[in-house]
Design a protein around this ligand. Structure first.
Ligand code: PLP
Length: 375
C-alpha cells in the first residue's frame, strides 16, 4: 500500500538517537537542532526516560479513562510544582497539540456560551476543526472547517481586540506567546496585559497556546510567564512527552468541569503519563530551564557578528535567525554537507532552531562553525 503523500521529505533515514544527536542508516551522525518540530525536550533516549518507559511498559501500558490511574495525579502534581500553576489550574490530558487547542476552545465556549474566537495573523494552532479554523493559513482550512466563527487580527493591536470583544459574541482570544510556524514573532508584554484585562472584564477566555513555547523552551516553564499574565486556558504538547504523544490543557479553577464535558480514549494512558513524568523529573533534576537561559545567551553572542543575519528572534531555545535571503538552500547544505538538522518557517528567510533543552555550548559551536563557512 502507498503512503498518502502529504510530506516533502529530506533524504535522511534516522535509525538511532542519543542526546542532541541522530544517526542515519549509513551510520552518519547528525546534530539535531530541531528536535522533530520542537518535540525533543530532555534529549533523545535519555536514560531516565528509557528506564521509566520500559518499566511502565512491562507493567501496564494502557487502560482507558474509566478506571483509577494514579500516574495521572503524579503527573499533575509534578507539573503543578514545576509550572507554578498548582493552585490556579487543573489538568486535562490528551494526545496532541491540535487536540489540546480543540479542547481549549470547547472549554471556553462551554464556559461562557459564546462562539466567536479571536486569533492572530501568522498564528498556527493545529489541523483539527476548531484549531485549524483559528490558524492563519487558508490553504489548510477545508470547506468543512471554514464556517467556525473566527476573526483574525494583526498581532499587538489592542484597540482592534477591544472593538471585536465589544460586539459581545467572543468566547476566547487565542494567541501563541511566541509564534512557532509563523516565524517567532511575539505579542508584547503591554499587549498581553491589555488583552488579559479586556478579556477578564468581558468574561472572555484567554487561551495562551503553549504547545510549542511551553515546557521550559523559553527559559521559563511557560513563555507567557515572561509577561506577568495568567491564562484561563493553556494548551500544551510538544516537549511534554519528549516524543511520546501526550498533550494537555491547563484550565483555570473558575471554569467548572462536568462529567462528559471532554473526553478521549488514549489521553492520559499509563505509558503517556510515564513519559510525561520522566520529562518533568529530568527537567527538575538537570535544571534544564537554567541551561536554556545560559545557552540562549551564548548562542546570541556567537551569532552576533555573522554576516547576512538580519535579526535573532525568539526566546530561550525557541530561536530564529532571520537572514537577508531565503534559507531553503542553506538548510539543505546544513543537513547534507554539515549533518545538522534545522527548521524553516512560513517566513522563508527564517532558520528555526529548536534544540533539546540540554544542548551544550560544544554542540552550539559545531553549528556556529558551519554558519561561519556558509553565510
Ligand atoms: N499549536 C502550536 C503553537 C504548534 O506549534 C503546533 C504544532 O506545530 C500545534 C498547535 C499543533 O500540534 P500537533 O501537531 O501536535 O497537533
Amino acid at each position: 500500500m502507498k503512503l498518502f503523500d502529504v510530506y516533502p521529505l529530506y533524504n535522511v533515514t534516522p535509525v538511532k538517537a542519543e542526546g542532541a544527536y541522530v544517526w542515519d542508516k549509513e551510520g552518519d551522525k547528525y546534530l539535531d537542532l530541531y528536535g522533530g518540530h520542537g518535540v525533543i525536550s530532555i534529549g533523545h533516549t535519555h536514560p531516565h526516560y528509557k528506564a521509566t518507559l520500559e518499566n511502565q511498559l512491562s507493567k501496564i501500558a494502557f487502560y482507558s479513562n474509566a478506571i483509577q490511574n494514579p500516574l495521572q495525579q503524579e503527573l499533575a502534581d509534578k507539573l503543578g510544582e514545576l509550572s507554578g500553576c498548582a493552585d490556579t489550574h487543573e489538568l486535562f490530558l490528551c494526545s496532541t497539540g491540535a487536540e489540546a487547542n480543540e479542547n481549549a476552545i470547547k472549554v471556553a465556549s462551554f464556559y461562557n456560551k459564546k462562539s466567536r474566537v479571536i486569533a492572530f495573523k501568522n498564528g498556527f494552532h493545529g489541523r483539527t476543526s476548531a484549531a485549524v479554523s483559528v490558524t492563519d493559513n487558508p490553504k489548510i482550512i477545508a470547506p468543512v472547517n471554514a464556517h467556525n466563527p473566527v476573526t483574525i487580527l494583526p498581532l499587538n493591536d489592542v484597540e482592534l481586540v477591544k472593538s471585536e470583544i465589544a460586539k459581545g459574541d467572543v468566547t476566547a482570544v487565542i494567541v501563541e506567546p511566541i509564534q512557532g510556524v509563523g516565524g517567532l514573532d511575539q505579542p508584547t508584554t503591554e499587549f498581553l496585559q491589555a488583552v488579559r484585562k479586556i478579556t477578564k472584564e468581558n468574561n472572555v477566555c484567554l487561551i495562551l497556546d503553549e504547545v510549542q513555547s511551553g515546557y521550559g523552551r523559553s527559559g521559563k516553564f511557560f513563555a507567557h510567564q515572561h509577561h506577568g499574565v495568567q491564562a484561563d486556558i493553556i494548551p500544551m504538547a510538544k516537549g511534554m512527552g519528549n516524543g511520546f504523544p501526550i498533550g494537555g490543557v491547563l484550565i483555570a479553577k473558575h471554569i467548572e468541569s462536568w462529567y462528559g464535558m471532554l473526553g478521549t480514549t488514549f489521553g492520559g494512558s499509563h505509558l503517556a503519563c510515564a513519559a510525561g513524568i520522566a520529562v518533568l523529573d529530568v527537567m527538575k533534576q538537570e535544571n534544564l530551564m537554567q541551561n536554556v537561559q545560559e545557552i540562549n545567551t551564548y548562542f546570541k553572542e556567537q551569532v552576533a557578528d555573522l554576516p547576512n543575519v538580519k535579526q535573532i528572534k525568539g526566546q530561550g531555545l525557541m530561536l530564529g535567525l532571520e537572514l537577508t535571503y531565503e534559507v531553503a538552500e542553506l538548510r539543505k547544505k546544513l543537513i547534507y554537507d554539515y549533518k545538522i538538522f534545522t527548521g524553516g518557517a512560513s517566513n522563508k528567510n527564517l532558520l528555526r532552531i529548536l534544540p533539546p533543552l540540554n544542548v551544550t555550548k560544544t554542540d552550539i559551536d559545531v553549528f556556529i562553525k558551519a554558519l561561519k563557512e556558509l553565510l
